[in-house]
Design a protein around this ligand. Structure first.
Ligand code: ARG
Length: 435
């Protein structure tokens, strides 16, 4: 029997029922639904809208339901319409009329809006802890590889010398910004929609401030239409999550490159790599590849939410029921990726000799060579040109700037002296830049 059965003369068709039901997706919000209902019932009693005795029965009943769901004693009915319906029905079955009073001055529209916010608030906390864990691992790795000189790239061409530590520090910056973005989003979403009812609030003397405070919201929504139809917070979070996935995916791409024989800058721990069913020699960076691949899911979730909302007239529309699948999937995916990615990174070993070898080819100290001449008073453009000639000479002779005899240097520009060799030493280049 549906909550709204009064107006209807027939039971819903089975297909309609299944199609309409969101229980498979929203049952995970049972604790938040109960928390919201407890705050609502307590407020109703405090405002004299329901009796204290009814409120007490409701609160105890809901707490019992929560405990039983958690212990497995009460199974959530997969045939129920949604989690709100299921819990209200279970409550009424237990406490009778008092249960039927719970929904006074409330609609599932403000109820679901509260539930999602409470649920995602928790998800944000978990995700922030995960990101902090990842940052910690990166900090440790950076400390470990402070002295590991490697080529820095632009266009994936060797460009200038850096250290592996410095490369890792770049990712710390990205993940710190991700944390900041989540904190900003959290602030904006921490507004209670409770009391907005279906769309136009309620005529009862409710106290929205009381429920907002009880549920840990900073304030309550000023406009009831907006309160029930706003899913900005879902879109905003999905975009934060998408950016996190962009960062993880870029990092994954680099790890995939670095583990290849062409680079061999890092070695993944056996426990975090996989083999091939046919090629006995293979050790594949599957975790990194999956993280790179799963970024597509999260971007898809963001697109789902944007597309879902863009044409909806105010206020609630059933389309919005689709919001949860997308935003939950985005959180689940990022959570799963970080669970695999962080330990993979923690156990990853760098191979500094290989990095150093790669850094020694490709003339990545050419800029420094030009800077040396600038130090001797030559304008940078002229210094750049002279160094270009030196690089061409080295390529012709199959040598490097480090090994080119001073006489050759001086043939190109007489300002060169013995000091150039120390100046263009990769370690010196890196040190001068503070990397
Ligand atoms: N399951 C619904 C959702 O997730 C709850 C709100 C239902 N409201 C309604 N007016 N039918 O959006």
């Amino acid at each position: 029997m549906k909550l709204w059965a009064g107006r209807f003369s027939k039971e819903a068709d089975k297909t309609t029922n299944d199609f309409n039901s969101s229980i498979a997706v929203d049952s995970r919000m049972y604790a938040q639904d109960i928390e919201g209902s407890i705050a609502h019932a307590t407020m109703l009693a405090a405002c004299g809208i329901i009796g204290d005795e009814d409120a007490k029965l409701i609160v105890e009943g809901l707490e019992g339901i929560k405990a039983e769901i958690e212990s497995g004693q009460l199974q959530i009915d997969p045939g129920a319409e949604d989690i709100h319906t299921f819990i209200e029905a279970a409550l009424t079955e237990r406490i009778g009329d008092a249960g039927k009073r719970l929904h006074t001055a409330r609609s599932r529209n403000d109820q679901v809006a509260v539930d999602i916010r409470l649920y995602l608030r928790e998800e944000c906390l978990t995700l922030k802890e995960q990101l902090k864990g990842l940052i910690e691992v990166l900090q440790k790795k950076a400390e470990e590889y402070k002295g590991a000189v490697m080529p820095g790239y632009t266009h994936l061409q060797r460009a200038q010398p850096i250290t592996f530590a410095y490369h890792l520090l770049a990712y710390i910056e990205m993940f710190e910004r991700d944390l900041g973005r989540l904190t900003d989003a959290q602030k904006r979403m921490n507004v209670s929609p409770l009391g907005a009812g279906a769309l136009a609030g309620s005529g009862y003397p409710i106290d929205k401030g009381m429920t907002a405070a009880a549920l840990g919201f900073d304030s309550f929504a000023k406009n009831t239409l907006d309160a029930v139809s706003d899913r900005d917070f879902c879109m905003e979070l999905a975009s934060c999550l998408s950016i996190i996935m962009v960062h993880l995916s870029r990092f994954s791409e680099e790890i995939i490159l670095w583990t290849s024989w062409e680079f061999k800058f890092v070695e993944l721990d056996d426990a975090f790599s996989t083999g091939s069913s046919i090629m006995p020699q293979k050790k594949n960076p599957d975790i990194a590849e999956l993280v790179r691949g799963k970024s597509g899911r999260v971007f898809g979730d963001l697109m789902t939410l944007l597309t879902l909302m863009k044409g909806l007239p105010l206020a609630y529309n059933k389309d919005m029921q689709e919001d949860k699948e997308a935003i939950f999937d985005a959180f689940d995916t990022v959570n799963l990726c970080l669970q695999a990615f962080t330990p993979m990174l923690a156990t990853m070993k760098a191979l500094p000799e290989n990095m150093r070898k790669a850094a020694a080819g490709g003339f990545i100290n050419a800029t420094d060579c030009a800077d040396y001449l600038v130090g001797k008073g030559l304008p940078f453009r002229d210094a750049y040109k002279a160094t270009g000639q030196l690089v061409a000479l080295c390529i012709e002779k199959g040598t490097t700037l480090e090994e080119l005899p001073l006489a050759q240097y001086q043939k190109v520009c007489e300002l060169f002296d013995q000091g150039v060799y120390e100046f263009i030493r990769l370690e010196a280049c890196v040190k001068r830049r503070g990397l």
